[in-house]
Design a protein around this ligand. Sequence first.
Ligand code: MRU
Length: 367
Amino acid sequence: MRINGHPYRTIWVGKDGREVQVIDQTVLPHDFSTVTLNEVEAAAKAIESMLVRGAPLIGGTAAYGMALAMLADASDEGVEAAYARLMRTRPTAVNLRWGLERMRRVLLAEAPSGRADRAYAEAAAICDEDVEICSAIGRHGLTLIEEAARRNGSGRVDVLTHCNAGWLATIDRGTATAPIYAAREQGIDVHVWVDETRPRNQGASLTAYELLHEEVPHTIIADNVGGHLMQHGKVDLCIVGTDRTTRRGDVANKIGTYLKALAAHANEVPFYVALPSTTIDWRIADGVKEIPIEERGAAELTHVTGRDAQGRLHTVQITNPGSPGGNWAFDVTPARYVTGLITERGVSAASEEGLSALFPEEAKQAG
Ligand code: MRU
């Protein structure tokens, strides 16, 4: 991703080969600043406070958190303590567990003296693989945008997306946004409807920020607009991300995704979910019953931060003082409302058969 023409990933290791640098996503789009993580606790707090967020980036940050932990204590107890601390950070994105289990397995197989170097190499591999995966998702998702362009015949394709499943949620390129960038590279006229995504506004703040910097035409819409646009033929397809997908294809994603899927179903608009295989939880089948849904503090709902005309940042309350708020961060879209899953190995039906055909080795191991 380019910011003012300069290419960035969302996480990288500093010049000393040890400090980990991340982009502070809590201050975007108002400021672009980076933060240094130099111990496991800092990595854990970065995930909890959503300084970094998005399923693949949570996994990548946790992997580097394990590497930072190895600098302080590379014993077996040190591995287990770092694993346990990082596992407690956020409950819904399964990439966290996936990344931490991979790191723990690799580190316990290594002698303590070699664990720090091994941890940095493995965390780097996890991040590099994520970039490859997102590029492959882009190639497979491109065919769906090409189909939509042929279908509507107008030359313009309108994609609706929810939350931020873009570069900032991954290491680079994003999942839901990767097909959009691929389509632009092919000269397709793509326009993106960006759901604001209350309460934290990841769509309005982050997806819009990315698309503007990449010069992709887009329009921010309030969360409740999508159904109206679909009724009036203004959405060719929806592409969203996911934090956890069950082996049957139920999808947990940012709160509000389910309502968009219902509206898409009612209006016969294709509803696709882009996902790296690291987001599939092969151990569970029923998303509504089995996926843990994070509940966050009500302040995210009751207060907003923005710039005034003089450029000063303010946080203000927008709800009735004294009224309580409930803040569920994710919801589950059952597989029957999902037209297809865009993975790094191709597009599959949102079903156990579809996912198992693309990932037979994972399905076998799970089953
Ligand atoms: O709470 P967040 O901002 O971490 O939620 C992010 C999402 O819901 C994304 O859509 C999801 O992680 C997919 S990221 C490629």
